[in-house]
Design a binder for this molecule. Structure first.
Ligand SMILES: Cc1cc2nc3c(=O)[nH]c(=O)nc-3n(C[C@H](O)[C@H](O)[C@H](O)COP(=O)(O)OP(=O)(O)OC[C@H]3O[C@@H](n4cnc5c(N)ncnc54)[C@H](O)[C@@H]3O)c2cc1C
Length: 494
């Protein structure tokens, strides 16, 4: 059967970007339909940590943290290693307070905590209540309450429709009934997320990693389908090789294809050793710009996270199977520790060395040296300068070795757009009727972060670029003035 629908704005994807775009376009008065391939809404956004980089917030001020857009911009550009889209970065930073913090608050989001992330001179990572689940649930509720005409779940967009040189809608297929759905629209907005759950596509853009075991690590829908659809109609992709890998991740033993990985956190006292049984890094610096190059430089490029029983009892797995919002489902974590072929468990450190097949004498010397540093009362251990405040001797069996491999989490490159989020072709001219936002567009514009991100710089820009795209797509369809934001500072217009 074929279904034909007509609307002002069609949106592919129901994550933070798609939802924010839908809210914005509805507020301008446009009629909106969302097409989502999954059965449920929210994409990677709903399983995310929910953290957003925000500058000059009441939460910062309440904790005596003075922060300015200029300082944040300096940190951003430096961290991006010369590869950030500086104009988009400036725009985002200048719009975080009113157009993200207060805007989300007005939709019911509560900002409850602040974290200090690598590369930032002050804490800027704002945590919403109940992480990405809390934030995205509020966006879903807001989108519904604004009267979205239809949200087609289990419907995958398969082709962008064009007529006389302009985009005029999208074709999809309902995965349950097999029915074809055609939406005819005045503008189409691609908010289909990244491609870090598509190992083939990752390897295509990163052939240098072909001999390295890497893992898929975004939301399950992050397959790069939006990129392909946009490319088919002439859209330009940029900075695709900029993939943000984390290394505190181990393969998901429940996944038969052995492609997906699980990120684990809250284990400050653990150490990482390479296959030679030696530490190689300050484990507390676990970010994508510090730990990832350190692990990739090992031979072979993997490591073992070593924990004793009390450290293992604090592990938090980021995957939704292991948690309900902030609550960790401890028995499931224990099942992982007991059953994964990538995790070794032993009654003694010597037995653990044998099971991990690392050089035993080097490994035992490594642990002994770390234990001595912990007992010495020193502030930092001598080898890599790791702060020891949260460390203790490794002395409570069973001991665990968790094998770590790089996990692809976030795409820092994607569909190139202009400042109205209009998709550009290879001549950098807008493709009429086509918009892109969120991770599909490298979070915003194509590559807002560059080679490294300050954290909170994925979801935040996805939401803000979604709002920008929704506003301008609505204007193209004849509704509203385009996105009108409110910069953090009254004195400038960006
Ligand atoms: C576990 C995890 C934790 C994270 N934590 C943080 C964090 O704390 N802070 C931060 O800044 N970033 C974080 N990120 C990154 C951030 O969540 C994403 O960059 C952001 O959510 C992307 O939003 P989006 O709307 O662009 O994409 P998504 O939220 O992924 O939504 C895209 C949607 O499009 C749908 N889709 C794809 N193709 C099609 C198609 N052909 N037809 C129909 N629908 C389609 C997908 O199914 C999906 O629902 C995290 C990511 C992960 C995976």
């Amino acid at each position: 059967m074929e279904q034909h629908l007509t609307t002002d704005i069609a949106i592919i994807g129901s994550g933070g970007a798609g939802l924010a775009a839908a809210i914005e376009a509805r507020e301008a008065g446009a009629h909106v339909i969302i097409m989502e391939q999954a059965e449920t809404l929210g994409g990677a956004s709903i399983i995310s940590g929910g953290g957003c980089l925000i500058v000059g917030s009441p939460l910062q001020e309440g904790r005596g943290i003075h922060d300015t857009p200029d300082e944040a911009f300096e940190d951003w550009v430096k961290w991006g290693q010369g590869s950030a889209d500086e104009k988009w970065a400036r725009f985002y930073i200048e719009h975080t307070l009113h157009d993200l913090y207060f805007w989300a608050e007005a939709l019911g989001v509560k900002w409850v905590d602040l974290h200090h992330q690598e590369g930032n001179r002050v804490p800027r990572w704002h945590k919403p209540d109940n992480n990405g689940l809390g934030l995205t649930t509020a966006l879903i509720a807001a989108a519904r309450s604004k009267g979205i005409a239809a949200i087609l779940t289990s419907t995958e967009a398969t082709k962008i429709l064009t007529q006389d040189g302009r985009v005029c809608g999208v074709k999809g297929v309902d995965s349950k009934s097999g029915d074809i759905v055609e939406i005819h629209s005045k503008a189409l907005l691609v908010a289909a997320g990244g491609f870090n759950s598509n190992l083939d596509m990752i390897r295509q853009v990163r052939p240098d990693l072909n001999r390295v075991k890497i893992m898929e690590g975004s939301g399950r829908g992050a397959q790069g389908k939006g990129h392909k659809l946009v490319q088919e109609v002439g859209g330009y992709l940029t900075h695709m090789e900029n993939i943000w890998f984390y290394v505190y991740a181990t393969p998901d033993y429940r996944e038969p294809q052995d492609k997906r990985g699980l990120v684990f956190r809250r284990t400050p006292g653990y150490i990482w050793v390479n296959q030679q049984g030696r530490r190689f890094h300050d484990e507390s610096r676990s970010g994508g710009a510090s730990a990832t190059p350190a692990l990739m430089a090992q031979d072979p490029p993997h490591a073992w996270a070593v924990l004793d029983a009390s450290m293992a009892a604090t592990i938090e797995i980021a995957d939704p199977y292991y948690r309900e919002g902030d609550k960790i489902l401890r028995q499931r974590v224990q099942d992982l520790l007991d059953n994964s072929p990538y995790i070794r468990k032993a009654g003694s450190l010597a037995e653990l060395a044998r099971k991990m097949e690392v050089d035993a004498s080097a490994f035992l010397a490594t642990v002994e040296k770390y234990n001595r540093a912990c007992e010495s009362g020193a502030e930092r251990e001598p080898e890599f300068g790791k702060l020891l405040a949260h460390s203790k001797r490794f002395d409570e069996p069973p001991f665990y070795g968790i094998q770590l491999f790089p996990l692809a989490r976030k795409n820092f490159g994607g569909i190139k757009t202009d400042f109205k989020c209009r998709v550009l072709n290879k001549h950098f001219q807008p493709i009429p009727g086509l918009y892109a936002a969120g991770e599909a567009a490298g979070m915003a514009g194509g590559h807002i972060n560059g080679r490294a991100g300050l954290e909170g710089t994925m979801l935040g820009p996805s939401i803000v670029s979604g709002r920008v795209a929704g506003g301008w797509a609505a204007a193209e369809a004849g509704f509203g003035p385009g996105f009108v934001g409110k910069p953090n500072r009254d004195s400038i217009q960006v």
